[in-house]
Design a binder for this molecule. Structure first.
Ligand code: F6R
Length: 248
């Protein structure tokens, strides 16, 4: 997978935001919708901050933009502190001119028997818009993209999953204790993600160096879902120097 290594996360994020902004402007000029796949977590926050800056200072309009978020905890109410709805509002949507009807995030409030149909509908909505143009990803310590934990196959689709113990440990500070981290989540599948036209996987900091090396240079395996990006024709791994430290 081609890797772009930047000195700092800030310049890496500016690069990715710039790529997104270019596509948004291009699609707007063509009069076509622009479809973005978005991640939450600490990694993409600087990308979103730069997109907000481009909106405020350079007139970048999100009027024709549609977004699909990768995942949401289950169960989760949108107003809860840890909800990805709240995260996206606070980091991006509250500060730009996106039409809220064009924003989709997996629904953590559903009754369990309604999740399957919701996931199928999520996939269908992506398809109806012609697929994701640019997908932004982070990577978890388990090698997950979205919440595709070890064991997630190349053909997996949007579905309910059980979170890995490591992932729940990593989320424990957000939830004030591991016991309060939900055990499950709804996530786009590996197969769903791989259908995106262009993928940027971001990783910053030394804590990600080991899993980045495994994903980029290791075997392609369901044990590290991010390794499937090796088979994607247009995926780029965007790193700071610390996260790139273990690449050969
Ligand atoms: C979040 C997501 C996850 C995170 C990953 C890294 O929507 O899909 O795969 O990208 O867990 O999280 P951070 O960026 O907090 O290290």
């Amino acid at each position: 997978i081609p890797c772009c290594v930047f000195k700092h996360a800030q310049s890496a994020s500016e690069y990715v935001a710039g790529q997104i902004a270019d596509l948004i402007r291009q699609r707007a000029a063509e009069g076509k919708p622009c479809v973005l796949g978005l991640a939450t977590g600490s990694t993409p926050t600087t990308v979103y901050a730069e997109l907000v800056r481009l909106h405020r200072e350079e007139g970048l309009s999100f009027a024709g933009v549609h977004t699909f978020n990768l995942d949401e905890y289950y169960p989760m109410q949108p107003n809860e502190l840890q909800s990805y709805v709240r995260f996206m509002n606070e980091n991006l949507f509250d500060h730009i001119d996106i039409d809220r009807a064009n924003v989709r995030i997996p629904d953590g409030t559903l009754a369990e028997e309604d999740v399957l149909a919701h996931c199928a509908n999520y996939e269908q909505q992506i398809e109806e818009l012609g697929g994701v143009d640019i997908q932004v990803l982070g990577i978890g310590r388990t090698g997950h993209i979205g919440f595709n934990e070890p064991g997630s196959g190349r053909d997996s689709r949007t579905r309910m999953i059980t979170l890995d113990k490591k992932t729940r440990q990593d989320a424990s500070s957000d939830f004030f204790g591991e016991d309060y981290v939900p055990r499950r989540a709804i996530t786009m599948g590996v197969g769903t993600i791989l259908e995106s036209a262009q993928i940027y996987m971001l990783a910053f900091g030394e804590g990600k160096a080991k899993v980045v090396a495994e994903a980029v240079e290791g075997e392609v395996t369901p044990i590290i879902a991010a390794s499937f990006l090796q088979d994607h024709p247009n995926s780029i791994v965007v790193l700071d120097e610390a996260a790139a430290a273990r690449l050969t």
